[in-house]
Design a protein around this ligand. Structure first.
Ligand code: S3P
Length: 181
């Protein structure tokens, strides 16, 4: 049994899908941001403000190193957690890595509604958000694309994406146990 690790940009729907997939497969759901907040006793915004972004990125790295000690779970990761060679290798080793993907337009529209609690978006006016998402995506997509499976999540009805992911996971598990002659 392995972890199911969801990676992808802020607003792609990792937490929403992760919670639903966990419930469907009977696996615990874990969010890297929440675990880091609980460990440090500060919110992600407070960590960025008081300790700096690089301290947050070190906490994300420690989270990846600790994954092997965690019960098999569905894990939603912070948007940039997978964007380092070391973290990507740790995640791929810990389980199935799934890239939850949506268009730049969809991500921007979702993020306009959910800017609070995301320190990287704090100073960005709505009209500059698309450009920010586009530029960041250019930097991040080489990492995202190294996932084991790409899961589009364009609509706001998650059922379609949940079903697709559950089907893919069930396929992986059955092929893992198929004897090869
Ligand atoms: C970040 C994404 C956030 C959180 C932090 C930084 C990023 O997580 O880890 O605000 O750099 O993309 P979500 O992807 O869950 O919003």
């Amino acid at each position: 049994m392995k972890h199911i690790v969801l990676v992808g940009f802020m607003g792609s729907g990792k937490s929403t899908l992760g919670r639903l997939v966990g419930a469907q497969l009977g696996m615990p759901f874990v969010d890297s941001d929440t675990l880091i907040e609980q460990k440090i006793g500060m919110t992600v915004s407070q960590i960025f403000e008081q300790l700096g972004e690089s301290a947050f990125r070190e906490l994300e790295h420690a989270f990846c190193q600790d994954l092997e000690r965690l019960t098999p779970s569905v894990i939603a990761t912070g948007g940039k957690l997978v964007c380092s060679v070391e973290n990507l290798a740790l995640l791929r080793n810990a389980g199935h890595v799934i890239y939850v993907n949506a268009s730049l337009q969809t991500l921007t529209a979702r993020l306009k509604e959910h800017k609070a609690a995301r320190p990287l978006l704090a100073g960005i006016p709505d009209e500059a958000l698309f450009r920010f998402v586009e530029d960041e995506m250019t930097l991040r997509k080489t990492y995202y694309k190294q996932a084991h499976f790409i899961l589009p999540n364009e609509s706001n009805r998650p059922k379609e994406a949940v079903d697709k992911l559950v089907k893919w996971i069930e396929n992986q598990s059955s092929s893992e146990f198929t004897p090869k002659n």
